[in-house]
Design a protein. Structure first.
Length: 365
């Protein structure tokens, strides 16, 4: 980095304003699935929650039977939706963590043909209701298509692991899956985000029947209406969406007709309930707050490879995106180290809490 960077930056500052805004908007629009074309993303809180809830209810056009001689039933859908990415002849097992420890209970994957349709199922896999049937009110049933057969809530799981979880509520811990000292269930570090986003979906899809407060431990202080547990908001932020989740969401969408919005963009949970910032998959989607639409002071200075931001708003966090919309890195503070970045254009987002207060174009040369 040198004075050349500053000169180029100042030169591009005005000339690229319109171009970069165009690119930024193009990226943002391209990343939002057409499924959400009726949603007003200027909303947040309950207003956004209700719009998304109406959408996933109204588009849930195909109710899948739990077990049926006709196809598809939930077994068929799960074999497609839960395909193990590394080997599509297998299913991915929720709560699993090790295929090499000679303990089938902890397996991460299993052959699709080894599904359990009766008793004596050790070493086989069956269907786990992430939101337990018995904890919903009224209790979900599976003898007819409905909440109990919604495949967004069903995951392939080792038979014994499923028994071990039973209907235990979720709680905080760390490491691999299992019952905690508080007699509740920790899904494992790898699965906490998956669990949170399924619970959020179930709440929006069956709001009067599947309260998140019934299936987790802890407080609900982040959400203004105290209707979403802090635990799930924290898990949603801590564990980003995986490629497996994205693929699974697409498969279920093809069968059922509706999507899990929190897999498409975990930041929607932040917009609705607050809490820690989750990954924002759609560049430019942020809180609308009139306080931040007012004039504010921002100054930028460059020394060596360090870009320093001086602002009256403190503390702040900075997120840097490349032109594909990929988040390059995120940090808290006012000094951004540009060393090591590949030459090209970047977009710097400056946030205070959950609110975006400024976007800045960065040209690295």
């Amino acid at each position: 980095m040198s004075q050349n960077f500053l000169n180029l930056y100042n030169m591009w500052k005005r000339q690229l304003m319109v171009l970069f805004c165009f690119l930024f908007l193009k990226i943002a629009v391209a990343q939002i699935h057409p499924y959400y074309e009726t949603i007003n993303f200027d909303l947040n809180g309950d207003q956004l929650k209700f719009q998304l809830s109406d959408l996933i209810i109204n588009t849930h056009q195909n109710q899948i039977p739990y077990t049926s001689n006709l196809t598809p039933d939930t077994w068929d859908v799960i074999k497609a939706s839960d395909s193990y990415i590394q080997d599509t002849t297998k299913v991915s097992l929720i709560y699993g963590y090790d295929d090499e420890d000679n303990n089938y209970v902890s397996d991460l994957s299993r052959d699709k043909s080894l599904s359990c349709h009766g008793n004596n199922c050790e070493g086989l896999w069956n269907r786990e209701h992430i939101y337990p049937r018995s904890l919903s009110n009224p209790e979900m049933i599976t003898n007819s298509p409905g909440p109990g057969t919604d495949v967004h809530n069903l995951r392939s799981c080792d038979y014994t692991m499923n028994i071990n979880r039973s209907n235990l509520i979720f709680c905080s811990s760390n490491g691999t899956s299992g019952m905690t000292a508080n007699n509740c269930w920790y899904p494992g570090d790898e699965w906490i985000g998956d669990i949170a986003r399924i619970i959020m979906y179930m709440y929006l899809r069956y709001s009067s029947q599947c309260s998140p407060l019934n299936v987790g431990n802890g407080s609900a202080e982040y959400s203004p209406n105290q209707d979403m547990l802090d635990l799930f908001l924290e898990w949603n932020a801590l564990d980003p969406v995986s490629d497996f989740e994205k693929s699974r969401n697409e498969e279920i969408f093809n069968y059922q007709g509706n999507r899990n919005p929190f897999i498409d963009n975990p930041f929607l949970a932040t917009l609705i309930w607050g809490g820690p910032d989750a990954e924002n998959s759609w560049l430019g989607l942020s809180f609308k707050d009139t306080h931040f639409e007012k004039e504010f002071s921002l100054q930028f200075s460059l020394k060596n490879s360090l870009l320093e931001v001086t602002t009256s708003y403190s503390p702040i966090s900075m997120l840097l995106y490349d032109l594909s919309g990929k988040l390059v890195f995120k940090m808290k503070g006012t000094i951004l180290d540009l060393k090591g970045l590949t030459n090209g254009l970047y977009l710097l987002e400056i946030k205070k809490g959950n609110q975006s207060i400024h976007f800045k174009k960065i040209f690295v040369h």
